[in-house]
Design a protein around this ligand. Structure first.
Ligand SMILES: *Cc1c(COP(=O)(O)O)cnc(C)c1O
Length: 236
């Protein structure tokens, strides 16, 4: 994608987010745009950075580390790991990322905390919630969530910030909203239960369902296609 079009699609995506926030009666800074840049080359991320984008989401560790190295000159760039995380990858994530979005296991939480370097602040983290009706096995169920939250809140080098969700894609706005509402209500219960914790984040909404996610309180929307265009299919 030529650079002008990254600039344009970012502008369009920002406008779309602003419109959705306005329609939901929320303030214009109530949600941030995470640019999901998996499969896109570092040069394209640099164009997005030059257009003002600071937060980038990556799914594949090696690819992300390579791009991070190539873009090491960019100040205040923020790296979010949003992919499935295996335990043999936690060290690199703990050392090189600012946020992790999709944690759903005790062992991963403990390793991230142990491996987070002392000189960095605590690693900001969301637990992935498996919303009802979702075919994917990823994410913690509502029933298993309390135990994982208890663990997360005791670990010193991670900072639990909230919940992330990846509902099954749907074209129906009501179906989209139902899934996101479940995530919001779950976070609200946790906020009441742990008023001292910094539980301020709902990472939900992608290119196809941003409006529904914003209407249900998303504070981070993860946009890939809407900013960078389509990706090669994973099977390719
Ligand atoms: C790829 C991906 C996105 C972005 O999806 P788009 O539909 O391209 O906006 C968001 N979140 C996660 C976890 C992803 O893997």
């Amino acid at each position: 994608m030529p650079e002008a079009s990254v600039f344009e699609s970012l502008t369009t995506a920002r406008r779309r987010l602003q419109d959705a926030l306005k329609a939901a009666g929320r303030s214009q800074d109530a949600a941030m745009l995470l640019a999901v840049s998996k499969t896109k080359p570092a040069a394209i991320l640099r164009q997005a950075y030059l257009a003002g984008q600071r937060a980038f989401g990556e799914n594949y560790l090696q690819e992300a580390l390579d791009k991070r190295r190539e873009l090491a000159d960019l100040e205040a760039i923020e790296w979010h790991f949003i992919g499935a995380l295996q335990s043999n990858k936690t060290r690199d994530v703990a050392e090189h990322f600012d946020w992790v979005h999709a944690v759903d296991r005790d062992k991963i939480l403990r390793r991230l905390s142990e491996q987070r370097p002392e000189e960095k602040g605590p690693l900001d983290l969301c637990l992935q919630l498996n919303v009802s009706g979702e075919a994917s096995k990823a994410g913690v169920t509502v029933d298993a969530l309390p135990a994982l939250v208890e663990t997360a809140l005791t670990l010193p080098r991670i900072r639990l910030r909230g919940l992330m969700a990846l509902p099954a894609p749907s074209d129906d706005a009501d179906t989209q909203r139902r899934a996101f509402r479940q995530v919001r209500e779950t976070l609200e219960r946790l906020q009441r239960q742990y008023p001292e914790a910094a539980l301020d984040t709902l990472s939900m909404g992608m290119s196809g369902d941003l409006e529904a996610a914003i209407a249900e309180g998303a504070t981070v929307v993860r946009l890939g296609t809407a900013i960078f265009g389509s990706r090669p299919s994973p099977q390719a």
